[in-house]
Design a protein around this ligand. Structure first.
Ligand code: NG1
Ligand code: ZN
Length: 559
């Protein structure tokens, strides 16, 4: 569009509104549905989402134009949810989640009941946000393997195309959430140092860093990877093709086109919540060989958990996000010490967790003087808190996390004059880790390589890794209540301020259990309240969870 004369501009604006109206008429909002852009964007039954996708397209373009054409990402996925669900979220130019101040705009646009109200809300929003519609816009998008993906992408593209030539689109096709984040960050990186903004660029960058880190420490032990029958299977295949045979990866659960298979009885969420092997991994027998380890991705490959069978009793042992954070933080602290940077450049390594982190992991870290910050659930909170460290390790217990290296940390490492070959080696490795680890978002593939690289450097197997601390037995319960908005949490969601008096009751019950800890918060992604409980023994954790669940039901009017 050009703005050569006021009449021409007015005409162009009218043409734009007309095309929005045409598109909106193809994708009317279903009645009686109320959408919310939550912690993970919009997420619900795929059949309810076409109108949302069309409108998300409009918003993404507004955001890109507002930021003078910076590339905005759009990911169509419902992560670990079952196959009939789908979802969509926006990615900001830095590769991080959408700026929270724009989340309400997404919610408002998605809930406009008619084409007329959509047009008027769009116009108001564009004015209010001071968007110059003549600016160019750049959008990159991708989807996971869900069968509903192509239809939703069509709706999204309709939303993007109403702006005509002023919008450039880059369709990444089927790929993981973290690869989309990587491409967004790399596209916007003016220095071109982050990497080539393509899937191939991502694979090449990681393969190079991993090869540097493993050096002559190979061959590594075989690794079995449960891909949750999702897009991780596709990305893993592409990556291992690029890597060669340095890491013998054996993919499991790769049925991306089998109806109903996605996340069904497999994947990181299944393993973490059931605290058990996926039946498919169990029956494959791959873990029965001593020393074998496996990991599970979730449906869009941004979460990972590891596990193995204990040798004596063949018990399932989970190595979740907390175990990853602890091992990685301890390792990076050691590397920082070995790097012997001068006093003013000494790098501070810290860990960010949520209230769901197992109490034993927090105790382990703090007793070793590693600073730990606790923040509210949701990656955006963890990500921002991690940015306050030179090297910020953040993981949710469910396996979603990464390690952020600050710009000044990278500068200090690049400028350092090592005092010995050992120090030079530590610096080289720290820089290679910063390349290997996705700096935009939690990434199952990159975290898998991170774990494998740390294990190789330590010379550890899964049981050595596991030996650091023993998880406190714990339970996570989903409680369906008539109105979860009456539950209001504070203090990084460790306490409730509402309903009145409930927190005191929770604490009274908690005190009866040795090492008992429990908290209640409304979910940000599902219509439920979550109860977490941990205690010294399994049965105590179970009883504490049941007792707190009863309190929650009672407080919400159920008996
Ligand atoms: P909610 O539904 O708000 O508890 C869940 C996970 C989060 C995070 C988001 C986004 C738990 C207890 N909660 O949030 O950690 O991953 O989904 O996917 O695992
Ligand atoms: Zn996910």
């Amino acid at each position: 569009m050009s703005s050569s004369s006021p009449t021409k501009a007015a005409h162009e604006h009218a043409v734009l509104l007309n095309s929005i109206a045409d598109g909106a008429n193809q994708y009317p909002k279903p009645e009686h549905v109320n959408y919310t852009y939550g912690t993970a964007g919009f997420r619900t039954l795929a059949t309810k989402l076409p109108s949302v996708l069309f409108r998300v397209g409009l918003l993404a373009v507004l955001r890109s134009k507002r930021l003078e054409g910076a590339t905005i990402g759009i990911m169509v996925t419902a992560s670990h949810n079952p196959e009939p669900d789908n979802g969509v979220k926006l990615v900001d130019p830095s590769g991080e989640m959408l700026d929270p101040s724009w989340e309400p705009h997404a919610t408002t646009l998605s809930n406009c009941p008619s084409t007329e109200s959509l047009i008027s809300t769009f116009t108001t929003l564009a004015n209010h946000l001071r968007v110059d519609l003549h600016q160019p816009a750049n959008i990159v998008y991708a989807r996971d393997t869900r069968p509903s993906g192509p239809e939703l992408i069509k709706a999204l593209e309709t939303g993007l195309r109403v702006f005509g030539d002023s919008v450039k689109i880059n369709d990444l096709g089927v790929t993981t959430t973290p690869i989309l984040h990587y491409v967004v960050k790399a596209t916007n990186d003016k220095t071109a140092e982050y990497g080539v903004p393509t899937k191939e660029g991502y694979n090449a960058k990681m393969a190079k860093a991993f090869t540097t880190l493993i050096g002559n420490k190979g061959p590594l032990a075989p690794l079995y990877v449960d891909c949750a029958n999702g897009v991780g299977a596709v990305a893993l295949k592409d990556f291992t093709d690029a890597l060669g045979d340095l890491l013998p990866v054996h993919p499991l659960n790769t049925a991306t086109t089998t109806q109903g298979a996605l996340n069904h009885m497999c994947g990181a969420d299944f393993v973490k919540t059931k605290q058990a092997l996926p039946p498919s991994v169990h029956s494959s027998g791959v873990l029965s060989k001593p020393g074998s380890r496996a990991c599970s991705f979730d449906g869009d490959a941004d979460r990972i958990v590891f596990y193995y069978l204990n040798e004596e009793k063949a018990n399932f042992r989970l190595l979740d996000g907390d175990k990853i954070a602890v091992m990685v933080a301890m390792f990076l602290v050691d590397l920082v010490v070995k790097a012997k940077l001068d006093e003013e450049h000494r790098l501070k390594v810290g860990v960010v967790q949520t209230a769901y982190a197992n109490g034993s992991s927090t105790k382990y870290l703090t007793s070793r003087n590693i600073p730990v910050t606790c923040v509210s659930t949701g990656v955006k909170h963890l990500h921002h808190a991690a940015q306050r460290y030179d090297i910020g390790v953040y993981f949710e217990a469910n396996g979603h996390g990464t390690v952020l290296f600050s710009d000044s940390a990278i500068k200090a490492l690049k400028a350092a004059s090592p005092q010995s070959p050992d120090a030079a080696n530590a610096i080289k490795n720290l820089l290679a880790f910063s390349e290997l680890i996705n700096q935009a978002v939690g990434d199952a593939l990159s975290d898998m390589l991170l774990v494998e690289a740390v294990l190789a450097h330590r010379g550890w197997g899964a049981s050595d890794w596991d030996a650091g601390y023993e998880d406190l037995p714990n339970r996570l319960v989903k409680v369906e209540v008539p109105d979860r908005s009456i539950f209001v949490a504070t203090d990084a969601e460790r306490k409730l301020t509402n309903p009145p008096g409930l927190q005191e009751k929770i604490e009274e019950v908690m005190r009866k259990y040795e090492m008992g800890r429990s908290f209640v918060r409304p979910s940000g992604t599902e219509d439920c309240v979550r109860v977490y409980a941990e205690a010294k023994t399994n049965s105590e954790a179970e009883n504490l969870a049941l007792a707190i669940t009863d309190l929650v039901r009672f407080a919400s009017g159920q008996s």
